[in-house]
Design a protein around this ligand. Structure first.
Ligand code: SF4
Length: 674
């Protein structure tokens, strides 16, 4: 990857970082509410140094540091084109719509110039014009809902400049029609497309190529990296342009996201989508494709049989006996592969093929190669597993699509890398001069050994930025010593009792965060009817709606699991307490976690201390991090798992948390709220 030529720096950026961030500096002159934060300046200096020395940097900077500006300013001063990757679309949006304009106003107070910043989402967020036009000539819509959505999208296409579905507030998140119209790679014919020059993806790439800062999310970044890794480097693959450096905000999420994109997923849904797209092509091109239809039907039938033979189970479970499975079901597997091959031959034999026929041949080939990898390949660094999910597949059946009608569930065959460190080292850290990893939760025991090992970072500058908050006076941590161990039969009832007691003291205003749905429901049901405060339960409404209700309902209590442990920001008294039921160890029988544990132990490590404890430390820091979001926030943290004080490993957790004041007993908690 290469850097772009150095542009001339705006005058405001030419002086020292101190004169920008420091007391009386440009930021404080531009915005009277801006306050000097030593940690922010320290982080900005570290990022700048990393750029200058062409080194990687790992920096933990807690909430309140102002870390976004601390990397944005050195990025602009570097003169390089930099990709900034955040964890979610919401954070991307915040960076683009809040932080960048704030900085822009400080740098160009006259408003006469703009920073060259763009933000990109995954291709499935954008409309494919070709698909929309094709559908107009041969509408294959299912039900009134789709017909209405279609007409909304048609009108919008004429006026939108971005093609980003986020502009369509009325379009449901789960719109089946959008899936037929989005610009995902599989069905795209690229530069051969008649709409290529007007394509929203082409436009997005053009904007990115002209920008100094490109804001993406981790999913897009790694999807792009995985595509570029999978194809010939010379091919015009992916959507992200070359860059001089990458900054990963919320970098504690990288391992999980990278893992999901460097693996392979084959599902019954993928077969169904392929067949549906082939059939659509035939209808739209008005081709006589009787042979293809027969081949597609055969593939549909054989895929249905094959997926129905896969080992039964619920949720996520390891597919450990693949050889035995193949021995028993070799014929079904062979017939499926032949059906794939047959479909490809028939597509290739089609006279006057439309352009997209080539992309179907590519998709069939890819499916075939991946299928044989997932079923036949032996690879020490890969865990093979199955996942079964319910709902949306049923939705498809209801919508009249009879594909795999015998199966009511989505079945995913997965091949997942156990350790992504080597891949990341090769495709990321050895390719770029500077990668900055930052988050409020990266350090374990004040060090970065864990994150470096998991992500494959060999050499990097390291910095832990001191917090801007005074945790010792703002937060009180209580770990009741009289709780049973989590496996004890009365643990849930004791959790409910303690939560009831604490909520009386805090007058609600709390997040009760659980490590499992089962425990969350159990405790919620026990407390229902006993609580004097309004209670919300995860799942009752979408996440954002629940959060909005929590913010606007006095004394509200929210019962939630993992998705509320991070990326949630409720400032002020409304959230005055965070209660966590137990240490957030990853589920040990999850196939990927179990494979990692086995691999670390097999290599002579100690998976518990090298992997399970550090990853739980980071999750706990995230969960507790919901409480103190500003200098004015004050509140109580409760951990109902006292293994943290009884077990030797508990010290790692306690040493890694911010310096909260520790309550010796309930009396101190009561006093804190008086
Ligand atoms: S280039 Fe690809 S995504 Fe763009 S309009 Fe054409 S087919 Fe759709």
């Amino acid at each position: 990857m290469s850097s772009t030529p150095q542009p001339v720096l705006p005058e405001a950026l030419q002086h020292s970082l101190h004169s920008f961030f420091g007391p009386g500096g440009l930021l404080s002159r531009a915005h009277p509410a801006y306050e000097f934060r030593r940690g922010q300046l320290q982080m900005a200096q570290a990022v700048e140094q990393a750029f200058q020395e062409k080194r990687h940097l790992i920096v933990e900077a807690g909430t309140g540091t102002g870390k976004t500006l601390a990397y944005l300013v050195p990025v602009l001063r570097s003169g390089k084109r930099v990709i900034i990757s955040t964890a979610t679309k919401a954070l991307q949006e915040q960076l683009f719509s809040k932080d960048v304009p704030f900085l822009e106003a400080a740098i160009f107070p006259q408003g006469d110039q703009r920073l060259r910043v763009c933000y990109m989402k995954g291709r499935n967020n954008y409309l494919c014009r070709k698909k929309l036009y094709d559908l107009a000539s041969q509408p294959i819509l299912t039900g009134l809902e789709e017909i209405e959505q279609y007409s909304v999208i048609q009108d919008w296409e004429k006026v939108t400049k971005t093609g980003d579905r986020a502009e369509l507030a009325s379009l449901p998140e789960t719109s089946r029609l959008w899936e037929k119209l989005d610009a995902r790679t599989e069905a795209c014919v690229g530069s051969k497309c008649s709409e290529f020059s007007r394509c929203f993806v082409t436009e997005m790439r053009r904007r990115a190529a002209e920008s100094d800062i490109i804001i993406v999310n981790h999913h897009l970044f790694f999807a792009d990296l995985a595509i570029k890794r999978a194809v010939d480097a010379a091919a015009d693959a992916g959507v992200l342009p070359d860059c001089g450096a990458v900054i990963f905000d919320e970098a504690h999420e990288l391992e999980d996201v990278a893992t999901s994109y460097f693996g392979i997923t084959i599902s019954n849904l993928r077969f169904e989508d392929l067949i549906r797209d082939v059939e659509t092509m035939l209808r739209q091109a008005k081709l006589d494709g009787r042979k293809i239809v027969m081949a597609a039907n055969r593939l549909r039938e054989r895929a249905g049989t094959f997926f129905s033979l896969l080992p039964a189970g619920n949720g996520r479970y390891e597919f450990s006996h693949r050889a035995a499975f193949l021995e028993e079901n070799g014929e079904a597997y062979l017939l499926l592969r032949r059906a794939l091959e047959h479909l490809k031959v028939e597509i290739q034999a089609l006279p006057h093929k439309p352009e997209e026929a080539h992309s179907f041949v590519r998709r069939v080939d890819e499916l075939s190669v991946q299928l044989s990898f997932v079923l036949e390949q032996e690879d020490r660094n890969t865990v093979f597993w199955i996942e079964r999910r319910g709902d949306s597949f049923r939705r498809r059946k209801k919508s009249g699509d009879d594909a795999f009608a015998s199966s009511s569930r989505m079945v995913f065959l997965q091949a997942t890398p156990i350790d992504v460190s080597q891949i990341l080292r090769q495709v990321l850290f050895q390719q770029l001069e500077t990668v900055v990893l930052t988050s409020a939760t990266l350090a374990v025991n004040n060090g970065y050994e864990y994150i470096k090992g998991r992500l494959g970072v060999e050499q990097a500058r390291e910095l832990v930025v001191p917090s801007h908050f005074d945790y010792a006076s703002q937060a009180l941590l209580w770990i009741p010593s009289d709780m049973p161990d989590p496996p004890a039969p009365d643990f849930a009832s004791q959790v409910a009792e303690k939560i009831g007691t604490v909520l009386e003291i805090t007058r609600g205003r709390a997040f009760c965060l659980f490590t499992s749905y089962a425990q969350m429901h159990q405790v919620y049901e026990r407390l229902l009817g006993q609580l004097d405060f309004p209670a919300l339960l995860q799942g009752q409404a979408p996440k954002n709606a629940l959060l909005e209700e929590f913010r606007s309902t006095p004394n509200c209590v929210l019962f939630a699991t993992s998705s509320f442990w991070q990326g949630v920001d409720v400032q002020g008294e409304q959230l005055s307490c965070v209660i966590i039921d137990r240490l957030p160890f990853a589920v040990p029988n999850d196939p990927v976690v179990a494979a990692r544990v086995r691999a670390i132990n097999a290599e002579g490590g100690n998976a518990f201390f090298d992997y399970q404890v550090p990853s739980a430390v980071i999750a706990l820091k995230q969960g507790f991090g919901r409480l103190i979001r500003s200098l004015q926030d004050r509140g109580l943290l409760v951990l109902l798992d006292n293994r943290v004080i009884k077990k030797q490993y508990g010290k790692v957790f306690l040493n890694s948390l911010p310096p909260y004041r520790r309550a010796k007993g309930l009396a101190e908690v009561i006093q804190f709220f008086e």
